[in-house]
Design a protein around this ligand. Structure first.
Ligand SMILES: [Zn+2]
Ligand SMILES: [Zn+2]
Length: 149
């Protein structure tokens, strides 16, 4: 689990005012994603949150949008699923290793990698006046477990 998620979890244990930056729904989503060892689709999150009183898909989508903006959660466009961030701080370069066999996703962890060459990447749009905000790299392949079998 990432330190960010750990902090969120810790603050959940005590009094809610400790972490006013996250709404109740956002905390619930972070909690479920932190316990899951891998990506989750929005409808899976919704199913997991049903007994917590979260019943509207929009509630989950809104929480995911905000968590993504805060850098706590990443969306994997290629497989249309969400993972908890394993970095301590929001980072602009996000790299994921995705197993095409079992769908396991590992976020590349090293902090340096998280900011890998952002200077170069962010300037790619300069000639047409495009303002870059972040980039996400999805590396496809086979995880160690799947190579064994
Ligand atoms: Zn991350
Ligand atoms: Zn695999």
């Amino acid at each position: 689990m990432s330190q960010q998620a750990e902090q969120v979890k810790t603050s959940m244990g005590g009094c809610d005012h400790n972490d006013e930056s996250l709404t109740r729904n956002e905390k619930l989503v972070v909690d479920v994603l932190s316990r899951e060892d891998g990506p989750m689709k929005a409808y899976e999150l919704l199913a997991a949150l049903k007994d917590k009183g979260v019943k509207a898909p929009m509630t989950v989508y809104r929480a995911l949008d905000r968590l993504e903006a805060k850098g706590l959660v990443h969306k994997l466009d290629g497989i249309n699923a969400f993972v908890i961030c394993n970095h301590d701080e929001p980072h602009r370069v996000q790299i994921f290793l995705i197993c095409t066999n079992c769908s396991h996703v590992e976020e590349v962890r090293e902090h340096d990698v998280a900011n890998l060459d952002w200077n170069t990447i962010s300037k790619l749009g300069d000639p047409i006046g495009f303002k870059a905000e972040a980039t996400r790299i999805e590396v496809r392949g086979t995880c160690a477990k799947c190579q064994e079998t």
